[in-house]
Design a protein around this ligand. Structure first.
Ligand code: ATP
Ligand code: MG
Length: 208
């Protein structure tokens, strides 16, 4: 059998702390899924991300459950516990390697990021290797300059000879940081994230 002509399965990877997941994540994942004709998008809540203060991150079980609630209404979305099960700091490069070995050659991976993440990606652990492992897709995000994003994409292209796709997604100026602050101050979070996630936050007293 000639593997090169066989149709590859295409899987999007949406990594994040998801503390909590919100419509900015969901609209981005769905836009990329449709544009690149992906079979599904795997949301992978970060275990112990190297770039965030782990003390202040919400317990993995809550972030996982909120992401499951958010993904439930989209048949193309799945949530993976891959990083949550690790007790050590988790690096994206290791996660992608693990996925490649789990799924095998017949799957192509698309790592989905917002503009802020791509602007920083060269500072990530083993960035060059990471960029060689799968296709990267950079989505626009309010508050992050599109020209800076295009500049960074050109820099990566010339330095590492890796093409990064960019995509304009519906602009939602929503961040998890803002949602956490809103809950703390008693301000509404309705319409920023799915109702089920809002309810989960209220019922479990998260971010108060
Ligand atoms: P925090 O404020 O805690 O950093 P966040 O809203 O940035 O949270 P993350 O979990 O850090 O969410 O982000 C996961 C991924 O989703 C990143 O690639 C980020 O760029 C992207 N992303 C988050 N919010 C948006 C948004 N509103 N529009 C487009 N992309 C987004
Ligand atoms: Mg962030």
């Amino acid at each position: 059998m000639d593997l090169s002509t066989e149709k590859k399965q295409k899987i999007g990877i949406m990594g994040g702390t998801f503390d909590p997941v919100h419509y900015g994540h969901l609209v981005t994942a769905e836009a990329v899924r449709a544009e690149f004709n992906l079979d599904k998008v795997l949301f992978i809540p970060a275990g112990k991300p190297p770039h965030k203060d782990n003390e202040s991150i919400t317990e993995p079980v809550h972030r996982y459950r909120m992401t499951v609630l958010a993904a439930a209404t989209n048949p193309h979305f799945e949530v993976s516990r891959l990083e949550l099960e690790k007790s050590r700091t988790t690096y994206t490069v290791d996660t992608i390697k693990e996925l490649i070995s789990l799924y095998g050659e017949a799957t192509a991976f698309y790592f989905i990021t917002g503009a802020d993440a791509i602007l920083e990606i060269l500072t990530w652990h083993k960035a060059e290797e990471l960029l060689s492992l799968c296709q990267f897709v950079a989505a626009t995000r309010p508050g992050f300059n599109k020209q800076d994003l295009e500049q960074k994409i050109l820099e990566i292209q010339s330095k590492y000879n890796r093409r990064i796709f960019s995509i304009t997604v519906p602009s939602l100026a929503i961040s998890s940081t803002d949602i956490r602050n809103r809950v703390r101050c008693g301000m509404p979070i309705k319409y920023l994230l799915p109702e089920g996630v809002e309810k989960y936050i209220q019922e479990n007293g998260i971010y108060r």
